[in-house]
Design a protein around this ligand. Structure first.
Ligand code: UDX
Length: 435
């Protein structure tokens, strides 16, 4: 099938490549010329495992094209909208202008009775309903199909998702046609036995934001436990292990540390809360606490540094990790960067290293010194802070790096190091919520 994907960020670029992998003829559209130029050469503009191979394969097979010109979508039957919905302002609301402008740009290319527009962006509940009429007036059909991919597993999550969610029009005919067409697009995924859940627009929009909020709640819950552990001499890692064995609770997303960041969780909980406030509901007021716990854990690391080192002015601190999570170069709302900025604001000299985000930082900022490796960053440091759990950081041998720093102080912001091993090698070890 001929399909277009509007927006070639983390979601859209991966979706476009995966649709080509499913056998479709795909054109990806973005306004960013540099990004499109890279993608058209089969190169990924960001670090995402498995994506470069797919881009290379399908830009060469001719099944995958990229363009900045909407005229190139004219023969597509299905248009996916994968543009961003960033936080608008302090209210936390989502900025829908990119979604609206994507719809406006698709409308002139709608073939009456044939074109399906598929919303994939994360939007506040009620958005699909508000977009439907203009699409219907142009002869198109709208279906909402939220995306649940995780960065660093994006290709895997797109080709082998846990579930497909379809949000349908209240109009039965339009709903039926859109399901038929989307089933055809996803036919290899559906044939593999992936559950496909059908619901109305509002429910599908809520599935996405409530799933992300639930994940944020889990992380902040265990981080709140970490605060209690710190006050009482308990160990949050053992606690998480023990409660996680109850399969009603589950072990995943109970890793205490410096909290969640990235392009999704922080903005999604704020937008969700803002939307319920618009609806006059107090239901999600607790998300303000989830957000506050998350922010507090970042600053806890700063406090720990001051507890150990006193005044930070002029002190060289090695920061291991800049991305919001490992195997990604995404630094949007990264806890590691927020902590580095706060330490720098208190006068510390920050030497940061990250295998993928490091070179980007070096090219775009002079706020920090950027080192090429953990060893280089740690040389002469008063403290080492592990803030993104890349394998090469969590597997550091404390004896091998013992001679590098000025002080053997390690702050493990992700609780991935073995305190016994580090202490045995002469280090002062501080974890999050651990004695
Ligand atoms: C998230 C959702 O997982 C995904 O389903 C949705 O489609 C987009 O948002 P992503 O932003 O890629 O995906 O990151 P995720 O793996 O969820 O991690 C988010 C943040 O939480 C990271 O900063 C991570 O370090 C942190 N985290 C995660 C914890 O601090 N503890 C945990 O136990 C798990």
């Amino acid at each position: 099938m001929k399909v277009s994907v509007i927006g070639c960020g983390y979601l859209g670029a991966v979706h476009a490549a995966c649709m080509a992998e499913l056998g479709h003829e795909v054109v990806g559209i973005d306004v960013d010329e540099k990004k499109i130029e890279l993608l058209a050469q089969g190169k990924s503009p960001f670090h995402e495992p498995d994506l470069p191979a797919l881009l290379d394969k399908h830009t060469h097979s001719g099944r995958l094209r990229f363009s900045t010109d909407f005229a190139d979508i004219s023969d597509a039957r299905v248009h996916f909208i994968g543009v961003g919905t960033p936080q608008l302002d302090d209210s936390g609301s989502a900025d829908l202008s990119y979604v609206r402008s994507a719809v406006d740009s698709i409308l002139p290319h709608v073939q009456s009775g044939r074109t399906i527009i598929v919303g994939k962006s994360t939007v506040p509940v009620g958005t699909a309903q508000s977009l439907e009429q203009q699409i219907v007036d142009a002869g198109g059909i709208l279906i909402w199909n939220p995306e649940f991919l995780r960065e660093s597993f994006a290709v895997e999550d797109t080709l082998r998702p846990d579930r497909l969610v379809y949000g349908l029009s209240d109009d039965e005919t339009r709903a039926r046609i859109s399901v038929q067409v989307l089933d055809e697009v996803y036919s290899p995924i559906i044939s593999a036995g992936t559950p496909r859940l059908v619901m109305n627009y509002a429910t599908s929009e809520l599935v996405k934001v409530s799933a992300n909020s639930f994940l944020a709640v889990k992380i902040s819950y265990i981080n709140a436990m970490a605060e209690v552990c710190e006050a009482t001499g308990a160990d949050v890692k053992r606690l998480a292990e023990a409660i996680g064995m109850d399969d009603r609770i589950g072990r995943k997303f109970l890793r205490a540390g410096i909290g969640f960041g990235g392009g999704c969780l922080p903005k999604d909980i704020r937008a969700f809360k803002a939307r319920t406030e618009e609806l006059g509901l107090p239901s999600l007021n607790f998300l303000a606490d989830i957000d506050a716990i998350n922010e507090r854990r970042r600053y806890r690391v700063v406090e720990m540094c001051e507890e150990e080192l006193g005044d930070l002015t002029g002190k060289r601190l090695a920061i291991l990790g800049a991305a919001f999570k490992p195997n990604s170069d995404d630094m949007r709302n990264s806890p590691a960067l927020a902590i580095s900025d706060e330490l720098a604001a208190r006068g510390a000299h920050i030497v940061i290293t990250d295998p993928e985000a490091g070179p980007i930082l070096a090219a775009t900022t002079d706020r920090f010194e950027v080192a090429a490796s953990a060893e280089e960053a740690m040389t002469g440091a008063e403290a080492t802070l592990l803030l993104t759990e890349w394998k090469q950081f969590s597997s550091l041998d404390p004896s091998e790096v013992a001679a590098l720093p000025a002080h053997r102080l390690i702050i493990d912001g992700r609780n991935v190091l073995d305190p016994k091993q580090w202490r045995a090698a002469g280090w002062t070890y501080r974890g999050m919520g651990r004695p």
